[in-house]
Ligand binder design. Structure first.
Ligand SMILES: C[S@@+](CC[C@H](N)C(=O)[O-])C[C@H]1O[C@@H](n2cnc3c(N)ncnc32)[C@H](O)[C@@H]1O
Length: 114
């Protein structure tokens, strides 16, 4: 399974996901973000947590496509107006899902809005 978190910033979603799912369930996780400072923070987090299957990609989500088919694509508070364009640009998606977290119930698992 491949997960792509678009506009993933500091990879905080990966950290949160690890509280609910064993990250080794994913063959590969990509965190794509255009901001180099945030990517640097994310890379430090990857090192610190020892996530062997997480790759931080600095770049535009509108042009990113993983080599392997993506199983899950998430957007949390990111690329609001470009979600459909980005999702469409990834032709090899097996199963796509766009998610946002509900801040009203932050202590429980992510609430899928889309
Ligand atoms: C509001 S932040 C959300 C960060 C993270 N997803 C979260 O939920 O905490 C939006 C993120 O989208 C990133 N972003 C904006 N446009 C982007 C683009 N075209 N490609 C990749 N990342 C982008 C920003 O750098 C920023 O990290």
């Amino acid at each position: 399974m491949t997960w792509v978190d678009m506009g993933g910033g500091t990879a905080e979603n990966v950290d949160m996901m690890s509280q609910y799912i064993d990250l080794s369930a994913f063959d590969k996780i990509y965190v794509v973000d255009i901001c180099s400072a945030l990517c640097e923070v994310a890379r430090e987090k990857v090192k610190k947590r020892g996530w062997y299957n997480v790759e931080i990609v600095e770049g535009d989500a509108c042009t990113f496509a993983p080599e392997e088919p993506a199983t899950l694509i998430t957007f949390s508070y990111s690329l609001t107006s470009k979600k459909n364009k980005v999702a469409r640009s990834i032709h090899n998606v097996v199963l796509g899902s766009c998610c946002m977290y509900s801040m009203e119930n932050f202590s429980s698992p992510a609430t899928a809005v889309y």
